[in-house]
Write a protein that binds this ligand. Structure first.
Ligand code: IMP
Ligand code: MG
Length: 184
């Protein structure tokens, strides 16, 4: 596997994350149904960078927690069997949740997380995803806030990994099979 040139550069990411943070802040300021301080739940490990940037650009008060979910399958594809590895420490009952996720792909992970949150009595759920690959959906899921809609490409960097590698890259790159590249 080889890394492509920069696919989404750090400046564009940073600009877009600020826009998302403003949209999210405005939607909670405007909402009368929201009872208290919203709780941002970052989905580890992929969304740790996105969550850190998003919460610091939000202009409303929020609490922050994390959960970790593994979706089994190959290194590049989830198969829909989820394993929860870390649960939020906060009491979720009655809370307004903003899920911060790196990428919405087949939809299994976000569906499973929403089910878990509903079972724990949350008041509302909104999902903020940095990237969305709608072509890959296997179960219906629509995020409330989307950074970039991208085609069916495997991407790494800005927290996203391939087998735990590349998370620390500041830009987002595509990971490509050299055999495909040699063919063109
Ligand atoms: P889903 O359950 O298929 O929607 O996938 C969600 C998880 O799969 C994400 O949280 C990522 O960890 C991982 N994933 C999906 N697509 C990519 C990708 O292009 N690069 C890196 N990780 C990905
Ligand atoms: Mg992930």
């Amino acid at each position: 596997m080889i890394l492509s040139e920069v696919f989404i550069g750090s400046d564009r990411i940073s600009q877009r994350v600020k826009e998302l943070a403003s949209e999210i802040s405005a939607s909670y300021t405007a909402s009368v149904s929201v009872s208290g301080t919203p709780l941002v739940i970052g989905v580890l490990s992929g969304a740790f960078v996105f969550t850190a940037d998003l919460i610091r650009a939000m202009t409303i008060r929020c609490d922050v927690d994390f959960m970790a979910v593994d979706s089994y399958g190959s290194a590049m594809e989830s198969c829909g069997t989820l394993k929860f590895r870390l649960f939020p420490k906060s009491d979720l009952r009655g809370r307004d949740i903003i899920i911060a996720e790196d990428i919405l792909d087949t939809g299994h992970t976000l569906n499973g997380i929403c089910e878990y949150l509903r079972e724990h009595g949350v008041n509302s759920i909104k999902a903020a995803v940095l990237l969305d690959k709608p072509e890959r959906r296997q179960v219906p899921f629509e995020a409330d806030f989307v950074g970039f809609t991208i085609p069916d490409k495997f991407v790494v960097g800005y927290g996203l990994d391939y087998d735990e590698r590349y998370r620390n890259l500041p830009d987002i790159h595509c990971l490509e099979d050299e055999r495909d590249i040699n063919r063109v």
